[in-house]
Design a binder for this molecule. Sequence first.
Ligand code: NAP
Length: 241
Amino acid sequence: MRVLLLGGTAEARDLARLLVDAEVDVTSSLAGRVARPRLPVGPVRIGGFGGVEGLRTALVGYDVVVDATHPFARGMSANALTACTADAVPLLRFERPGWIPDPAWTYVDSHADAATVASDAGGHVFLTVGRQELARFLPALGQRHVLARVVDEPEIVVPATWSILTSRGPYTLDGDLDLMSVHGIDVLVTKDSGGTYTWSKMQAAARLGARVIVVRRPDPEPGALVVHAVKPALAWVLAQR
Ligand code: NAP
């Protein structure tokens, strides 16, 4: 049995390790967005497939697919569901749970809404939404003090009032308290990424009294079989043998 594991997340790397340990033939797939990706164990392919049709062509080489992409990578998840349904390839969606909502947080439906709410809130803003989303914040926050933490340098030119910090998690509470204090952060903007790697910024914001704006996850693909933890994901794959 050959498994295609759509990755780009810590959970996908965890699953790849367990599958390799179980001597399952697994190939991890990365989009190629990050300059120096953390590579999972086992074989890896990098780059888009070329939409649904490209993915269907690639699926000839696999028996099952696990979509363990990021909760906000909905394009890839939609393509995986369409392609696997068309070719009757078993598909599992492995998605980490979102954070348990805190009543103090403000949830919004989009990055555009987050930009508006952050602008209205005033003060210094800590953007942790990823490089690809930064442009959406320029109209509302172009004149404001913004600290944007991203894995790779953004392609866009940012205003002089913005600071770019390139780094990648996992982060620590002490580190995030220090960072947010030094930059005088009043507002934190984040996706509802879930997981532990970036949780410390939420704790730091609570300690510092910073406002937290959380972009809700897009709706999951209807009809997908979903698990939220690595153990049931592993069990599902092993049951396909
Ligand atoms: P996306 O918008 O859902 O996908 C756009 C296109 O990128 C897909 O149609 C596909 O291209 C390609 N792609 C995405 N994931 C891929 C994968 N694992 N393997 C091969 N091709 C992939 O995805 P995104 O939000 O840009 O995220 C890209 C990658 O970064 C994902 O692997 C995701 O797990 C990871 N990531 C995303 C975020 C986030 O906030 N969005 C955060 C952390 C990590 P084709 O149509 O050409 O096949």
